[in-house]
Design a binder for this molecule. Sequence first.
Ligand SMILES: C[S@@+](CC[C@H](N)C(=O)[O-])C[C@H]1O[C@@H](n2cnc3c(N)ncnc32)[C@H](O)[C@@H]1O
Length: 268
Amino acid sequence: MDKVYVHGYDSRENRRLKDQANTLVDLLHSDTSYADGSRILEVGCGVGAQTLTLARNSPNASFLSTDIFEDSLTEARGALVSSGLSNVQFLLADIFNMNLEKQSFDHVFVCHFLEHLSQPDNALAILQDLIKIGGTITVIEGDHGSAYFYPDSDAAQKTIQCQVELQKRTGANANIGRELYSLLKGAGFSSTNVSPRMVYVDSSSPGLVEGFTKNTFIAMIEGVRESSIAAGLIGETTFDEGIRDLYRTTEQDGVFCYTFFKAIATKQ
Ligand SMILES: C[S@@+](CC[C@H](N)C(=O)[O-])C[C@H]1O[C@@H](n2cnc3c(N)ncnc32)[C@H](O)[C@@H]1O
């Protein structure tokens, strides 16, 4: 893996990834399904939070889902078995050291993955080699610069910035969503289409308040409290004030907005 994976691998993070995936299924996946018989590579599948939706939406396609962390793959395998799906195989592999045949996949799918790499351009070049001519890559990434909310709060923005900075120090990029077009063009893909997928949350959608604002976004920022303070990025008081202000956006009159970017590009 590229240096330190900023979110870690504990059970809280695994639950957070599943909450995120379950809450955003329609927003992120409604336009993703693959033709019968096609073969798809999913890299960085983690605990399978996206894998289940992919496999369910394309029951007659076959998936190879990879990750660098064995425990996550074990959990993903278990989730697949529990769901009764059987069209996914799992592989323990580092994207930079995969032993897969060139042009052997019809499509590639990655989600919340490039943001953790210091060389997303190299990763895309590797993936491009694995796709057949005319095949596609789908990339979904967030961008923490897209988080804004009511009531606004300097302290909350500072806590979010801690996550961005910590990720930057590992060589990764929490604001990568806005770069997808450039990265895919640079990797030589054609007809790159990027669509912003905004999550808008107010108290009239209690499912999103819980599933997205609290259990996905705030949980992620809470997860970097100790490392941000230890790194001297912020004081305890400001961090805790920022978290309180983020929770304030989940009250009756609060609003929280965040944008994911979904790119689909073709290999020619
Ligand atoms: C934020 S998780 C996303 C998991 C899943 N795609 C999702 O959307 O829930 C990023 C995943 O990328 C994996 N990963 C990080 N670096 C990797 C590498 N070099 N090769 C393969 N997987 C890697 C991590 O182990 C982790 O499971």
